[in-house]
Design a protein around this ligand. Structure first.
Ligand SMILES: Nc1ncnc2c1ncn2[C@@H]1O[C@H](COP(=O)(O)OP(=O)(O)OP(=O)(O)O)[C@@H](O)[C@H]1O
Length: 345
């Protein structure tokens, strides 16, 4: 549905400023019906990328194809037409203050030349879909942030687009409202089959709804893949720092400071054990403890849901030497992975 190939975007020099290459050598494919997220820090090039996909910017090199149409070759009038099959939602909602919720949603239909009756027939079910049937005649100032974004989503869907682009759509919302809006986007994707490309700087957004993720840094995509895989085995340092921001896998500070890299007589080994799947493997700990007659204590533990699957981490401490060897045997038998973080006395 969206294909970005070998894209470079350089903003030309202006008013004494040198040209800025915001994106280089970017490849990204989004299949029909997928939810794909692009995550990056401020200035990484996310907005530039999404503006290329909705035709607001043109690539300097490479191609940007949406639903089979290469946007890089279109004239302005053709671009306007192509944009009708692309809906977009924004961080600050971009609603018109002097228009009611109904009239904001109606706007793209008015621009497309629909008559009043067709507009009513389309807007009402959309307001229903986003849970705002009772707010049709409210003005933006009378709505909460979450409700405003619901209006934004209904407006983006008005012209029946195949693609929905989301530019930090939940960044201005509190965590609970963010969850509700993300659930709504997931529903829109599931019920209407709309392909969603979203950009964000929050890993929690990526983990909540995307099927695949691309990590962008300094204008290039440094890592991409299925969200669960990228989350549970991040390879690039940028990805690792995003992941640790939500999974909290760092050791408690007091223990981290005492951690030694090598075993010494009488030291306890700290071992990180990773679960992927149902989480029921946790029973293995008591089994090893029983079968191998070793004492284990849990230093830290956490189970998250990532892209609809369970991902857990346990950090346990066990006597170095034979105890550690027994633990590693048991972990391998249970089909899990472990890593020795170090030793403490
Ligand atoms: N119109 C422009 N002219 C010149 N440089 C630009 C322009 N727009 C963006 N840039 C530069 O391109 C780079 C990428 O910016 P972009 O806005 O795409 O990043 P971003 O990841 O969306 O950041 P943020 O999350 O802060 O919005 C930055 O160095 C920025 O200064």
């Amino acid at each position: 549905m969206i294909s970005i190939q070998k894209v470079e975007k350089t903003y030309p020099a202006r008013a004494g400023h040198a040209p800025v290459t915001a994106l280089s050598d970017v490849d990204l494919e989004v299949a029909a019906g997928e939810i794909v997220g692009v995550i990056g820090r401020s200035g990484a090039g996310k907005s530039t990328l999404i503006r290329l996909v909705n035709g607001l910017e043109r690539a300097t090199k490479g191609t940007v194809t949406v639903d089979g149409t290469d946007l890089t070759t279109l004239r302005e009038s053709e671009l306007r037409q192509a944009r009708r099959s692309i809906g977009m939602i924004f961080q600050h909602f971009n609603l018109l203050a002097r228009r009611t919720a109904f009239d904001n949603v109606a706007m793209p239909l008015e621009i497309a030349g629909f008559g009043r009756r067709d507009i009513e027939a389309r807007v009402k079910p959309l307001l229903d879909l986003v849970g705002l049937a009772d707010k049709a005649d409210r003005y933006p100032a009378e709505l909460s942030g979450g409700q405003k974004q619901r209006v934004g989503i209904a407006r983006a869907l008005a012209t029946n687009p195949k693609v929905l682009l989301s530019d930090e759509a939940t960044s201005a919302l509190d965590p609970d409202t963010t969850k509700q809006i993300l659930a709504l986007l997931k529903k829109v994707n599931a019920e209407l089959g709309i392909t969603i490309l979203l950009i964000t700087h929050e890993m929690s957004v990526i983990s909540a709804i995307t099927d695949r993720v691309a990590v962008i840094d300094g204008g290039t995509i440094v890592e991409q893949g299925p969200t669960f895989d990228v989350f549970t085995a991040p390879r690039h340092a940028t990805t690792q720092s995003f992941v640790s921001s939500v999974t909290g896998t760092a050791l408690p500070e007091a223990i981290a400071q005492r951690l030694q890299p090598a075993a010494v007589q009488g030291a306890q080994a700290l071992v990180r054990i990773v679960f992927r799947g149902t989480g029921s493997e946790a029973a293995f700990l008591s089994r090893i403890s029983r079968e191998e007659a070793i004492d284990l204590s849990i230093v830290q533990g956490r189970i998250d849901e990532v892209a609809g699957q369970t991902y857990g981490q346990l950090i346990v401490s066990v006597a170095g030497g034979d105890g550690l060897a027994a633990l590693e045997r048991g972990v391998a038998k249970a089909g899990l992975t472990s890593e020795v973080l170090g030793y403490v006395r």
